[in-house]
Design a protein around this ligand. Structure first.
Ligand code: NAD
Ligand code: USQ
Length: 415
């Protein structure tokens, strides 16, 4: 029991490298996944840029490469409650790492069917996990992957705290009431909304049943390779570059290799928090190894190492590669200029020494892209998922004058 970790969604972009990292570091890993992400690829006519093998072959390659084995169960966490409860009772894990959600904001806004699927899948998956932990009677630490985006992206001058905000309210009798509340949510997509609701589930099951929970509010993950995924080509991680699942920096790096203008939405003043996949896997191991104490409230970490605006990233990639930068109509409903400061002292206190964005790391991603560029379908680069009716798809874009960046552009802020 002490060494077993159950990884829900362990076939995905963050889950697979995490499974390998934990296995390499002595954990007995059990992966649970329903391959819904691979099925969405088929539905949308997409594919990972990198040629990911079927999971059984990945696991065989890991056995051969490392001499270590991992177990796998095909299960839909959102729908197969009784099987999941049985799995928990059989495996008796020390921790569950929960990645098993539909994670693309644009996909979650694509249609009513996608909105409803995202809500059904994400909320039922999280609630089933919590219910099963309670019904099993096991003391399992749940580590969940949340999102920085639960707080929205309007500019505040204060750093976004790690979950809790001290407030002082004047009572009607003139006295002052001091409380610590959860930092207010302000989701910007149906996907992000599911993450804010996950947080309420955690609050309740922690208060009512004493479930020990760590919620990791992760920024945008970039990069693709880790020490373990590079041990064999058969272990390669997935790499999304399309308009729904591709995230901004990885998309820019692909676009710079295949000769597509960088797709900056609007002015590119959207500032976001980022983390490299190598740090993602380290943070999850740290979270497993530092669980909340019995009776402790939900632990919330901001799992992000630096902040950048989209425009700044475009400039960095363009300087490195000489590629063209263009402004496209923003398919989303979001502020085009925002500041963002993110507190992340908890992971640093646990010993995380982050890798930060550098030409070397960006070139490493470009090398992977160059190797598989023949697999890139240029038609999948534009984003066709729109936040509201009345918006239109912009396939051409207009050249962006970076020298004339709008006033108020955020400066580069390394945390
Ligand atoms: P992903 O889509 O690549 O992986 C998710 C995995 O979960 C897939 O293998 C999928 O098949 C599986 N899954 C989904 N629903 C399931 C269900 N009901 N039952 C069983 N398996 C199911 O996503 P990812 O990029 O690896 O993200 C993992 C988690 O991290 C998500 O919860 C996401 O919200 C969070 N996150 C990701 C990023 C990022 O930039 N990728 C950033 C912040 C947070
Ligand atoms: N953007 C562009 N051009 C592009 C793609 C994106 O300008 O080609 C802009 C978007 O408009 C947005 C920003 O870049 O302002 C980030 O978009 P993204 O697609 O890189 O990231 P996002 O939709 O926020 O979602 C990703 C993951 C999600 C995770 C989230 C962390 O898909 O699972 O929760 O990052 S966070 O952003 O901190 O909420």
């Amino acid at each position: 029991m002490d060494n077993t970790v159950l990884i829900l969604g362990g076939d995905g972009f963050c889950g697979w490298p995490t499974a390998l990292h934990l296995s390499q570091n002595g954990y007995h890993v059990v992966i649970a996944d329903n391959f819904s992400r691979r099925k969405i690829d088929v539905d949308l006519g997409l594919g990972s840029l990198t040629p990911i093998l079927p999971l059984e072959e990945r696991l065989a390659a890991w056995r051969e490469t490392s001499g270590k084995s991992m177990d796998f169960i095909l299960i839909d966490i959102a729908r197969e409650y009784d099987r999941f409860l049985g799995l928990l009772r059989d495996v008796r894990p020390r921790a569950i790492v929960h990645f098993a959600e539909q994670r693309a904001a644009p996909y979650s806004m694509r249609s009513s069917a996608c909105k409803r699927y995202t809500v059904d899948n994400n909320l039922n998956a999280t609630h089933n996990v919590l219910c099963a932990i309670v019904e099993s009677g096991l003391d399992v630490h749940l580590v969940h992957l949340g999102s920085m985006g639960v707080y929205g992206y309007t500019t505040t001058k204060m750093p976004i705290p790690e979950g809790y905000l001290p407030v002082r309210i004047e009572a009607p009798d003139g006295s002052c009431v001091e409380r610590e509340i959860m930092y207010p949510p302000a989701p910007g997509s149906v996907y992000h909304m599911t993450k804010t609701q996950d947080a309420l589930f955690f609050y309740f099951y922690n208060k009512n049943d004493g479930v020990r929970i760590t919620d990791l509010h992760q920024g945008i993950v970039w990069g693709t390779a880790t020490d373990e995924t590079t041990m064999s080509e058969a272990l390669v991680n997935r790499f999304d570059y399309d308009g729904d699942y591709g995230t901004v920096l990885n998309r820019f790096l692909v676009q710079s290799v295949v000769g597509h203008p960088l797709t900056v939405y609007g002015t590119g003043g959207q500032t976001r928090a980022f983390i490299h996949i190598r740090d993602t896997v380290k943070c999850i191991k740290l979270a497993i190894e530092h669980p909340p104490l019995p009776g402790e409230r939900v632990k919330i970490f901001n799992q992000a190492t630096e902040t950048w605006s989209v425009r700044e990233l475009a400039v960095l990639v363009s300087r490195l590669t000489g590629c063209e930068v263009r402004s496209y109509a923003d398919p989303r409903k979001e502020d085009l200029e925002n500041g963002l400061i993110v507190e992340n002292s908890q992971f640093r206190a646990l010993g995380l020494s982050p890798v930060t964005l550098s030409d070397g790391l960006m070139s490493e991603v470009r090398d992977v892209v160059a190797k598989y560029r023949h697999r890139c379908d240029l038609a999948k680069i534009p984003c066709t998922s729109l936040w509201t009716t009345g918006q239109t798809v912009d396939r051409e874009g207009a050249p962006l004058s970076l020298a004339g960046s709008p006033a108020g552009a955020t400066g580069i802020s390394i945390l």
